[in-house]
Design a binder for this molecule. Structure first.
Ligand code: 3HC
Ligand code: NAI
Length: 698
């Protein structure tokens, strides 16, 4: 059945597109639209055509799943061209989120009306491409070059009032009745004697050459500063700049050429993978089987780095929070941190003081844990120590009602062991937030052996309310993210002991696109945290494991990174960003001498190969053990919690793109020197043997 149908009411034809869930413009939609337009163009009794998609939203863009595939159907550009050149008046009646190709269809129509709360945008840049159906040329004609570039480079969704004020939309309707709105607007246009108004012929906003030059050079400066590594923002600017010096038809041809360049780029593959990976995270068995509770009152235990961040994340989502600390001093400190964070938001204009007061009223700090007895959900964020955590959970078991969900924010510890101390382990779960928890989007939801489906559903629901990106993980040391981190940290220290400089390694990773190098991250998180973990694990270390002591030597000097103004780098008001601590090279050199290693040179490529190999190695083991349900979940963890470049899709996608055989070859090569550390995971060998990639497991 065609997803496009039309009806004629009086002299107005209404085209309805129905391609749930978001009316993506698939090949069938394009074929249906073109057929309908062709038939309607021949009807003398039709004066105007209204294009609508009456369900959830007007067309939300091209069907992303079709990119890179050869499909026998008219292109979206052809459809837009047809709409604009129609011999009847064309009107788009919008609601929901007309995005990308959806807005391009709307801009090809001669007039646009939109329901209140509609948001429009050209977010192609977020997928590594550019608007490829005339958007780069029509949007500047409607709203001017400066706003068009801003919309296309950021991909932001623009509220309808702003779109109206700037000429993108002609009228805002009073309700959501998109078909009726379209028809009455068409009648109005006809009654006013208005005719066809092709957007390509509107030129008043692209006349002022000086303004245009300024807008383009400012966009170029922003793109260089913010999107240095990305391909498509620069292609968008080029497309607008070149297009304005061409006639419309040639500008469209130029847009098509640059669009195809984007489609061919590996960044498009990486970013589209990230788009679908972030939607796949919710496809887990527990969400199908369980039912979410609706927690309202939240408890947080511990008011340190994480406790304060988690409290703010909860308050921002409208939850009432009681925080428990060991003494009043600690409460006062936490309160000061929270207040100063919101003060800053007010200073930056992100909220007003009334909103600040309302949020602060949601918070209270107490020293008596029994104050948690009426809570629906409690998140523990005390010291990373099993005995301390167990003691807290024993108390919670006595104080809270048996349905209250008990969550731990532990970074590494065994949630199953924690769950053993409570009578009803069905309600125990790991909620692993990332620092700063009020800002970072990632939330690992750690499902223990006994955790109930309802508890998991509630945790996902909580994540949604807190606007987090939840990823399900099983229980293991460090869950998905920190377990992989531990592996590549060890691989990194092996490289350093063998002769690589920490600063060289960081530079290679930054150039690869990581937000920070490994040693910058250590300095940010605090070297003491890793040190405590290494001490905890020391008794279980095998005598043949290669253990590099460089990090311990750094910590023994009290150099924990930013918090002590000294770590691998130096910090302070007068110190330039990324100034290496000169004493680090001395420590490295002394340690190499102590263990009898003759330092050797590392190329940029070898550093990268070892870093990626270690990540993929541990990622594969995590899949083998079913800690992560699919490779794309690992990618979501890494692109949202660990600064792995999103445009590379995540470590598992990146491995697919460079070839699993190459990764396996590297691992086998490294295993010759250190078989205990590098012996290849079975799953990786099987995938390579069967000529499969990680995507086949998604
Ligand atoms: N193509 C294919 N599938 C799409 C899609 C698209 N453009 N947009 C959304 N979907 C799918 C999602 O994958 C999801 O599928 P699932 O249920 O199987 O997981 C389903 O639609 C619902 O999506 P969301 O969960 O994201 O629903 P929300 O209500 O939260 O958000 C939305 C709706 C704001 C429209 C959001 O989906 C979105 O931002 N979509 C992408 C919009 C976009 O980027 N458009 C431009 C496309 S590129 C283009 O148009 C090129 C042109 O210039 C030539
Ligand atoms: P922190 O040391 O900053 O704060 C811990 C707080 O817990 C202290 O203020 C302490 O007074 C309080 N506390 C200790 N025992 C308590 C008790 N019995 N009752 C009430 N309060 C108590 O530690 P941080 O960094 O906030 O870490 C907390 C937890 O979060 C740890 O399990 C850690 O592994 C985990 N985590 C830490 C991250 C980080 O980047 N710091 C990231 C993700 C998880």
């Amino acid at each position: 059945m065609t997803p496009v149908k039309y009806k004629i009411i009086d002299e107005i034809a209404v085209i309805e597109v129905s391609n749930p869930p978001v009316n993506a413009i698939s090949a069938d939609v394009r074929i249906g639209l073109l057929d309908a337009l062709e038939v309607l163009s021949l009807k003398d009794d039709v004066a105007a055509i209204v294009i609508t998609a009456p369900e959830r939203t007007f067309l939300a863009g091209a069907d992303i799943k079709e990119f890179g595939k050869k499909i026998d159907a008219p292109s979206l550009g052809q459809i837009c061209d047809k709409i604009e050149k129609m011999n009847k008046i064309t009107i788009a009646s919008l609601h929901g989120t007309p995005l990308g190709g959806g807005l391009e269809v709307a801009m090809s129509a001669h007039y646009r009306i939109a329901a209140p709360k509609t948001k429009v945008g050209l977010p192609e840049v977020l997928l590594g491409i550019l608007p490829g159906a005339g958007g780069t040329q029509r949007l500047p004609r409607l709203c001017g070059v400066s706003m068009a570039l801003d919309m296309m480079i950021t991909g932001k969704h623009v509220p309808i009032e702003e779109a109206f004020e700037n000429g993108i939309i002609d009228e805002i309707a009073i309700d959501d009745k998109t078909i009726e709105n379209g028809i009455s607007y068409a009648k109005k246009i006809i009654s006013q004697g208005l005719g066809r108004r092709p957007t390509s012929e509107i030129t008043n906003k692209i006349q002022n050459k000086k303004d245009i030059e300024e807008s383009i050079s400012s966009a170029k400066a922003t793109a260089l500063k913010k999107y240095k590594n990305l391909f498509s923002p620069h292609a968008i600017i080029k497309c607008v700049e070149e297009g304005l010096n061409l006639d419309f038809d040639n500008a469209i041809k130029n847009e098509r050429r640059l669009f195809n360049d984007c489609i061919e780029s590996p960044q498009r593959q990486g970013l589209i993978h990230s788009f679908f990976a972030e939607r796949a995270i919710n496809k887990i068995p527990e969400l199908q089987n369980g039912k979410s509770l609706e927690p309202k009152k939240i408890g947080v235990i511990g008011g340190g780095t994480m406790g304060t961040g988690i409290s703010m994340a909860a308050m921002n989502a409208g939850f009432e929070v009681v925080m428990i600390e060991q003494n009043q001093d600690a409460i006062d400190k936490a309160l000061k941190k929270i207040t100063s964070t919101y003060d800053r938001s007010v200073r930056l204009g992100r909220m007003n003081s009334q909103q600040q007061n309302e949020i602060m009223n949601l918070f209270s700090g107490k020293t008596d844990i029994s104050q948690l007895k009426d809570r629906d959900l409690v998140i523990e964020a005390v010291f990373e120590n099993m005995d301390v955590k167990k003691e807290v959970f024993i108390k919670l078991n006595q104080i809270c009602n048996q349905n209250c969900i008990l969550a731990s924010n532990t970074s590494y510890l065994d949630i199953n062991e924690i769950a053993k101390v409570v009578d009803n382990p069905l309600r125990v779960i790991g909620l692993h937030f990332f620092s700063p928890a009020n800002i970072m989007k990632l939330l690992e939801i750690v499902v223990a052996d006994e955790t109930s489906d309802d508890t998991v559903c509630t945790a996902f629901n909580l994540a949604k309310k807190m606007k987090k990106i939840p990823v399900r993980s099983g229980v293991c040391d460090g869950f998905i993210g920190n377990r992989i981190l531990s592996k590549y940290l060890v691989a990194t220290y092996h490289m350093v002991e063998d002769g690589a400089s920490p600063f060289h390694i960081d530079r290679v990773l930054r150039e690869f696109g990581c937000a920070m190098g490994v040693f910058q991250v250590i300095d940010l998180a605090g070297g003491d945290i890793g040190w405590a973990t290494r001490k905890r694990k020391a008794p279980f270390r095998h005598k043949d494991d290669r253990y590099v002591e460089i990090a311990d030597r750094v910590c023994e000097r009290g150099w924990f990174g930013q918090k002590t103004s000294k770590g691998y780098y130096l910090y302070g008001e007068d110190v330039a960003f990324l100034t290496p601590n000169p004493e680090i090279e001395v420590i490295c050199s002394d340690e190499r001498k102590r263990v009898g290693i003759m330092p050797r040179e590392f190329s940029d490529q070898e550093i990268l190969d070892r870093y990626i190999a270690a990540m993929v190695f541990e990622g594969t083991k995590i899949l083998q053990e079913k800690i992560a349900l699919r490779p794309s979940d690992i990618d979501v963890v890494y692109t949202n919690g660990y600064g792995f470049p999103r445009w590379r899709g995540g470590p598992m996608k990146y491995a697919d793109m460079i070839g699993l055989d190459k990764i396996l070859d590297n691992i086998n090569k490294f295993a010759k020197e250190d078989p205990r550390f590098w012996s290849p995971p079975l799953l990786l060998e099987e995938l390579v043997k069967n000529n499969q990639n990680f995507d086949s497991l998604n």
